[in-house]
Every structure is written in structure tokens, then in C-alpha cells.
Design a protein around this ligand. Structure first.
Ligand code: PFF
Length: 451
């Protein structure tokens, strides 16, 4: 069987961007910025982007494209001893898809509830008691929540039909699913800047609190956000790049993906904080308190804010539609990473069948999060994946490419095919800077968790 191909370069770019731009941009980035020093958070964030994010994105694009294999095959071709690293990356991909789809299922329920803005009376009670029916502790699983389970099935059906014909169906979906949320975000932006109080929100978001930079936690958060946001260390970007021709440009695609992704995060923050500024004014709640709501931001604080603006139904609908359209291409990119690995080993298998099995497995694994203790599991799993596994795979990958395969050898290939050349700084980043920084972060995280 000949390898699947993207129909053209734009399709690849849209798919890579679709994977990178997801719930993390809308939900994780703004709350991290709000929590960790406002504008000052941009310093570790941009350092992480330039020193680690972009060099590693170039690595993943380059090795996938050169080896023409998904993660496991690519690492094995780089060095046979490193196939385990690919397996580790794919385990993370599998675990993330299984809970990412559940978060999308919650937002599907919110989309339906938008018609009556059901959460307006008490959005906290609505999320924890009505949607999640959260139990008192992680030990009390309770039963499966029927509506979340039903919504989850719908999400998985959508994921399946996005990937069932591999690059062909993905190519069609991303033509709509990448521009749509951007348009919706623009609409919400226009709404935000016409609300009183939005500037106070922006001030909270962007005003630097420099002392935050003394806290190592801020740095770990910035680096893991970059990994998560660029879909690095999950085998996704490797799989996507493996469907390009081995003589295609690499560097421009990596910069384009990375910069547009970060621009979307920054922009999403303006929307989120603009609306929070308005809410602070309306409810007489200090902005700091709203901004510190953490992961509850998307399902508790923000919906509440939406219920306060004129035409709440319409804006809630737009918001959750944006949420879903942002998430879908990130969710199926993870499935594509898994499919690529299976199809590499069994090229005669049908893409549709492999996709079906992977989607079924992902849906079944996600059932645990539809129980009444689901949120607890989600928190634990998210913490371990984003703080350990990603860093570990990142270190392994930079050692493999930098020291074993040879950074210079890969750089020569990259420069041969790319219009924009990369300098020797990239070798330095891959060989020294990335493994050292990531090892330090791993140690910091470990000592914090032990304490
Ligand atoms: N990059 C996505 C986001 O920021 O929401 C999440 C994600 C997608 C992570 C795909 C990892 C991945 F492989």
C-alpha cells in the first residue's frame, strides 16, 4: 500500500494548526496567565516557545517527514532501542483523547442548555451537581452519568467520521473546523470590547506582576503549556508530517503553526478576560477571584458571565459552538497518531477499521470520566501526563535526535528541503538546552509532588 498523503500543503498546515489550537488555547492559557503573573507570564511562555517549542516542533516535523512513519516507526528508525519512547508518547495520546472527548461532551451538554441558559441561577451548582453530579470523593464512583455518556457517544461518532478515511476525511473536515472557531472568536471579541469593564479585565490579564517569575511553578506551567499547546511529545505532529512528501518544506510550516497557535492563545485571553471584566463590574466580585477560578473557568465562571450579557442564549450558543469546533480537530489528531502507528505495522488493514477500533477503545477508556468521580480522575491524569510524561518524552526525543541520530545530520536534511534555513543555534537547543531545561523542570515537579 502506498502511504496516505495530504492533498496539498495548506491541508497539512490546517491539520497541524487544528491539532495545536484547541481547548488549551481558550481555557488553559488564559487561566494560567491570570494565575501566574498576568503579562509577566508571557516571559517564561515566550522563552519556552522559542527555546523548546519551536525547535521541537521542527524536530517532530522533520523526523516524521524523513522517516515516513508514525511515532513508533519513526523513533525505531532513528534508533531501534527507542521504540519504547514512541509507545510512551502514544499512551499519552490515548489517555488525553479519552478525557479530551469527555470535556467536549460536557460542552455539548452546555450547547444544548444554551437555549435556556440553564445555568444562569447558579453556575457552580449547575456544573458540579447537575452536569457532573460529582460525588464527595474519588472513592465514590457512583454510576455512569447517562447524559454525559450519551454526549460522549455523539462526540466519538464525530471524531470517527473525521478520521475514517485518514488524510482524505481529515483534509475535508479541517477546511471548516479550523476557520469556524476563529470566526466565532472574532464575533465574541467584538462583543467583549463593547461591554463595560472589559479594559479592567485586560489590565488583569496583561499587567505584569514580575515577582511571579521567582516562583518555579510559573516556569513549569509555561513549559508544559507550550508542550500541550503545540501537541508535542504525543506522536501527533510526527504522524501528520509523515503524510507529507519527504522533500517538502519544514521550517516555514513549523514557524507558521507555532506563531499562529500562540497568537490564538493571546487573542482568546483578550476575549475571556474582557468578558470577566464585565462580570466583575456586574456582580461586584473582585476580578482576581474570577481569574483564579482555574479549570472551572470554562464551565462555571464563563457561562455565568455569558448569562449576564444581553442575548445570553445567542452568545452562549456561539461560545460552546466555538469550544466544540476548537476541540474536535485536536481530539481527532490524537486518534490519527494512534492510527498511524497501527497502519505502519499492518499496512494492509483498512483505515476505516483501524479508526473504528481506536475510537471504540478511546470511548470505552473515557467511561471512567463519566462517573460521578470523573472530575477527580481527570485532574489526577491531567496532572501526571502534563507534568511528567510530556517532559520525559521531550527529554528522550531530544537526546535521541541530538546525540544518537545527530542534530547536525538532521539539520542538514531540514535545510536541504526548507526555504528558510535554521542556524547552528538549533543544534544547541536540541542537544543541550532542551534536555537540561526539561530535566530541571522534571526535578522541580517531582520535589514539589513529594513535598
Ligand atoms: N493542543 C491541544 C490544545 O491546546 O488544546 C491539545 C492537544 C491536542 C494536546 C493534541 C496533544 C495533542 F496531541
Amino acid at each position: 500500500m502506498t502511504r496516505q498523503r495530504w492533498t496539498n500543503r495548506t491541508t497539512f498546515l490546517l491539520a497541524a494548526l487544528g491539532s495545536a489550537v484547541g481547548l488549551g488555547n481558550l481555557w488553559r492559557f488564559p487561566y494560567l496567565a491570570g494565575k501566574y503573573g498576568g503579562g509577566a507570564f508571557l516571559v517564561p511562555y515566550l522563552i519556552a516557545l522559542v527555546l523548546v517549542g519551536i525547535p521541537l516542533l521542527i524536530v517532530e516535523f522533520a523526523i516524521g517527514q524523513k522517516m515516513q512513519q508514525g511515532a513508533i516507526g519513526t523513533y525505531t528508525r532513528l534508533h531501534p532501542r527507542f521504540s519504547g519512547l514512541g509507545i510512551l508518547a502514544l499512551i499519552s495520546a490515548f489517555i488525553i483523547t479519552s478525557y479530551y472527548a469527555v470535556v467536549m461532551a460536557w460542552s455539548l451538554l452546555y450547547l444544548f442548555a444554551s437555549v435556556r441558559v440553564e445555568w444562569s441561577a447558579n453556575s457552580q451548582d449547575y456544573f458540579f451537581n447537575r452536569i457532573l453530579e460529582l460525588s464527595a470523593s474519588v472513592n465514590d464512583l457512583g454510576g455512569i452519568d447517562g447524559s454525559i455518556f450519551g454526549a460522549l457517544l455523539v462526540i466519538w461518532i464525530a471524531i470517527y467520521f473525521s478520521v475514517w478515511k485518514g488524510t482524505k476525511s481529515v483534509g475535508k473536515v479541517v477546511r471548516y473546523s479550523v476557520p469556524l472557531p476563529v470566526i466565532l472568536l472574532l464575533l465574541l471579541f467584538l462583543r467583549a470590547i463593547t461591554l463595560p469593564g472589559f479594559l479592567a479585565g485586560w489590565e488583569m490579564y496583561l499587567k505584569p506582576n514580575w515577582t511571579a517569575l521567582l516562583n518555579p511553578e510559573v516556569w513549569t506551567a509555561a513549559f508544559s503549556q507550550i508542550f500541550y499547546s503545540l501537541s508535542l511529545a504525543f506522536g501527533v505532529m510526527i504522524a501528520y508530517a509523515s503524510y507529507k512528501n519527504d522533500s517538502d518544506d519544514i521550517v516555514k510550516d513549523a514557524w507558521t503553526t507555532a506563531l499562529l497557535n500562540s497568537a490564538t492563545s493571546l487573542f482568546a485571553g483578550l476575549v475571556v478576560f474582557g468578558v470577566l471584566g464585565y462580570m466583575a463590574l456586574q456582580t461586584d466580585t473582585p476580578l482576581v477571584e474570577l481569574a483564579a477560578s482555574g479549570p472551572g473557568l470554562a464551565f462555571v465562571v464563563f457561562p455565568k458571565a455569558l448569562s449576564l450579557i444581553p442575548f445570553p442564549h445567542l452568545f452562549s450558543l456561539l461560545f460552546f459552538l466555538m469550544f466544540l469546533s476548537l476541540g474536535i480537530d485536536s481530539a481527532f489528531s490524537l486518534v490519527e497518531a494512534l492510527n498511524a502507528a497501527v497502519l505502519d505495522r499492518h499496512p494492509h488493514f483498512s483505515v476505516a477499521k483501524v479508526a473504528l477500533i481506536v475510537c471504540l477503545a478511546g470511548a470505552i477508556a473515557g467511561i471512567i470520566y463519566t462517573t460521578r468521580a470523573g472530575l477527580y480522575f481527570l485532574d489526577i491524569v491531567d496532572h501526571f501526563l502534563t507534568s511528567y510524561n510530556l517532559l520525559f518524552v521531550g527529554i528522550g526525543q531530544s537526546i535521541l535526535v541530538g546525540w544518537i541520530y545527530g542534530a547536525e545530520k538532521l539539520r542538514r536534511y531540514i535545510n536541504e528541503v526548507s526555504e528558510w534555513k535554521i542556524g547552528k543555534w538549533w543544534n544547541f537547543a536540541v542537544k543541550y538546552a532542551i534536555p537540561t531545561i526539561l530535566a530541571m523542570l522534571l526535578a522541580t515537579q517531582f520535589s514539589k509532588d513529594l513535598a
